[in-house]
Design a protein around this ligand. Sequence first.
Ligand code: ADP
Ligand code: MG
Length: 305
Amino acid sequence: MPSEFEIIRRYFSRPARNAALGVGDDAALLAPAAGCELAVSTDLLLEGRHFAARAEPRALGHKALAVNLSDMAAMGASPRWATLALALPRADEDWLAAFAEGFYALAARFKVDLVGGDTTRGPLSICVTILGDVPAGAALRRDGAKPGDDVWVSGELGGAAFALEHPENAKAAARLHLPEPRVALGERLRGLASAAIDVSDGFAQDLGHILERSGVGAAVRYADLPKFRIGDAALEARCVLSGGDDYELAFTAPAAARAAIEQLAAPLGVALTRVGSIHAGAPRLRLLDPQGREIEVAAGFDHFA
Ligand code: ADP
Ligand code: MG
């Protein structure tokens, strides 16, 4: 069995291209771009809670980084560096090679350097911290939505949640296991969107966070939500509104930005759908059927509920 240091050297020591110092010292040395703020975010993935015991290691490596890249996208930040804290029950080299492959493949696509981490024995857990930069004052925060703004969603909702019930659906399974973080969209929404969040715990709940932080209400037309094709209406509503793990962006923007936002869709290769509007009032989401009647929404994901 390789030692802790052999594991780090063999699997997690690819050279950092955008850091003064990467893996191998007591700390990495990083310099944000001039005029930028650092955006920092952490996600912890635990076996049995966030992924199944026999989850495919290459997909796990992808997803561990993807969910963090998605947080950068939701801030309008450009991801640059990541650290990886790993607890492993044993030093399984096939597992490590596949995991590192999935992680580094996505990191290379987004020009992110793995610059440090920690490796220890224990129940399988994967904690990634990501750092990115964003021009000072330009980040897409949750608290900027204003009455009159439109509500938008990228891509399609519900596919990842559908895969939990129908793992045999390959397209849905890809949404769940290999999410595509909307980094380029987040960067292009700087100066256009008034608020943004990534949909990790269900659209209704995540949009609710924008409403809370911004102190506004929203009306969303269920029929207009972009949906993964599911068929069964009740299951569809549950997956689209309350299912997690889609990692699409939900964002708000003034009506004046409509044309500019619509023009982003084709070059970025992602659907951008206007689904509702923000209004003054209590921070509540009203979800409407085609007759304008309110639809009830099941709760989104909560680890402690
Ligand atoms: P320390 O004892 O100072 O915590 P370690 O021996 O834990 O240092 O780690 C040695 C180097 O390897 C450090 O630069 C650390 O950031 C890096 N490192 C450890 N584990 C990982 C990992 N899983 N992925 C990337 N870098 C790692
Ligand atoms: Mg250490």
